[in-house]
Design a protein around this ligand. Structure first.
Ligand code: ADP
Ligand code: ZN
Ligand code: MG
Length: 481
């Protein structure tokens, strides 16, 4: 046991996938040629005036409502001043003391089923900076840097958590499920690789039992949850080493090198007063109509974490089924349509198991394939009725993926219907006669040998034997049951 307890709070930047930027009419773009989506407003020409994007406000409200945040009846924008080439105004329009979304909380489910509740401090609106690229190396030692203003002015929501997290793995669990929730809300692409979701972790440690906060460091801009988790664990270990040797933690921004596992210091961190925040005089306060806010609350979709709980409690799914099937809104929709028509647990097994495995070859997702949720439900019903065996059902699925035919039609055209017991009995009689040793084992009470007969019967019939029927008929033939 360590003598120290880790304390972690995260700040998450989410690029909203609106059509246009936060304060001008330029379209958002990713991957377009540099500086093709700019105008006098987002390039900060003198005398221009920003106009708030209403869709960005709507999405910030949708996020705040999903996080159970208090929605501010009136919030304002501030200028956050700093000089850097990615910021043509030399300030970023952000929110400071009155954010659009205040206190809330988010509950995630850990792998062991326990709940992880994290306080949300705030979620505020701001604009993204432009993108700097350093040529011929990292920032230090680069031959030169170029700036692409396409990203400048993209609407962002920054979500800030309370320092409620205690491990790198909890941070990863929280962020994965928060990301999933944002995807279900349809507010952002949340792509870690493309940077439309970016998370910074603030890390400190304190003696176990202490309630004071230690000095924190900030681990910035990891582009995967796995690396962030590892980086946090490495930073916790570094801080423990320093404190146990009698040293002190200095407040700074740190960087984790996934290749080496090393933590390096980037710069000492600014305090918020260094930014000289002041109210943005060019923008009016955000005062959302309460009726609008209520209608957004009412329109909220069922969110993945509560949905997972309901799938386990009411639909008989395992926690793992629920986790896999809530991976995307499309998969949820697909599964729910099938589960409305046939046994939910069987539908879950077939969709997350065999269907996805077979589709891996074509690279399709279930909802993009020729197999509809109704087809899955019909196949599950055929199995339950004993019309097809499990191996035959897998072939039916393969047929449906190719043709999009109803399962019954594939069964017909490929001759996959399970044999009736009369035809099967003749084959079993031959098998029993040909394998006297195995028959004797069964007489000796070694029931495991039934598996051998099932395998042989499957071989003989090309998978058309129903395993339950084979077991029953072998028992009859050998034991006279
Ligand atoms: P700053 O002024 O440096 O931006 P804030 O108080 O605004 O710091 O907090 C930023 C983030 O850091 C929040 O997510 C918060 O929960 C977290 N945080 C604040 N203090 C600590 C600490 N001592 N240890 C770990 N996380 C902290
Ligand atoms: Zn513009
Ligand atoms: Mg802060």
């Amino acid at each position: 046991m360590s003598a120290y307890e880790p304390v972690i709070g995260v700040e998450i930047h989410v690029q909203l996938s609106t059509r246009t930027k936060m304060f001008c009419g330029c379209e958002l773009s990713f991957g377009d040629p540099p500086n093709t989506h700019t105008c006098p407003v987002c390039l900060a020409h003198p005398g221009v005036l920003p106009v708030v994007n209403e869709e960005a406000i709507r999405r910030a409200l949708v996020i705040g409502l999903a996080l159970g945040c208090e929605i501010a009846p009136r919030s304002i924008f501030h200028r956050k001043n700093y000089f850097y080439p990615d910021l043509p105004k030399a300030y970023q329009v952000s929110q400071f003391d009155i954010p659009i979304c205040g206190r809330g909380e988010f509950t995630a489910i850990r792998e062991d089923g326990s709940e992880l509740t994290v306080g949300i401090t705030r979620a505020h609106l701001e604009e993204d900076a432009a993108k700097l690229t350093h040529e011929g190396g990292r920032r230090a030692g680069a031959e030169g840097s170029v700036v692409d203003f396409n990203r400048g002015g993209t609407p962002l929501v920054e979500i800030v958590t309370e320092p409620d997290l205690r491990s790198g793995s909890d941070v990863a669990t929280f962020l994965r499920q928060l990301r999933q929730t944002l995807l279900f809300l349809g507010v952002s692409d949340c792509s870690m690789e493309e940077g439309s979701m970016r998370a910074d972790a603030n890390v400190s440690i304190r003696p176990v039992g202490s309630h004071e906060l230690g000095t924190k460091t900030e681990l910035k801009n990891m582009n995967s949850f796995r690396f962030l988790e590892r980086g946090i664990e490495a930073e916790i270990a570094r801080q423990e080493r320093i404190l146990s040797e009698g040293g002190r933690i200095s407040q700074e921004t740190v960087h984790y090198e996934p290749e080496t596992g090393h933590i390096t210091s980037l710069r000492s961190k600014e305090e918020s007063h260094d930014y000289r925040y002041f109210p943005e005089p060019d923008l009016v306060p955000v005062v959302p109509d309460p009726a609008w806010v209520e209608s957004l609350r009412a329109e909220q979709p069922e969110l993945p974490v509560p949905l997972r709980r309901r799938m386990v409690a009411e639909m008989g799914l395992s926690a793992e089924d629920a986790e896999v099937l809530t991976e995307s809104p499309e998969l949820v929709e697909y599964f729910m349509q099938a589960a409305a028509l046939a046994d939910p647990k069987a539908c879950a097994n077939w969709i997350r198991g065999e269907l996805r495995a077979q589709l891996r070859e074509t690279g399709e997702e279930p909802w993009q394939s020729k197999v509809t949720p109704a087809h899955v439900a019909a196949l599950v019903d055929l199995l339950a009725a004993g019309t097809v065996s499990v191996p035959a059902a897998k072939e039916v699925l393969a047929g449906m993926i190719q043709t999009g035919d109803q399962p019954a039609a594939v069964v017909e055209s490929k001759g996959l219907a399970a044999m009736d017991d009369g035809d099967l009995a003749a084959i079993i009689a031959e098998l029993v006669a040909a394998n006297p040793d195995q028959a004797q084992q069964l007489r000796d009470g070694k029931d495991k040998v039934l598996g051998f007969f099932v395998g042989q019967a499957m071989k003989q019939t090309g998978g058309r034997a129903n395993p339950q029927s084979v077991q029953k008929l072998v028992r009859e033939a050998v034991l006279g049951e």
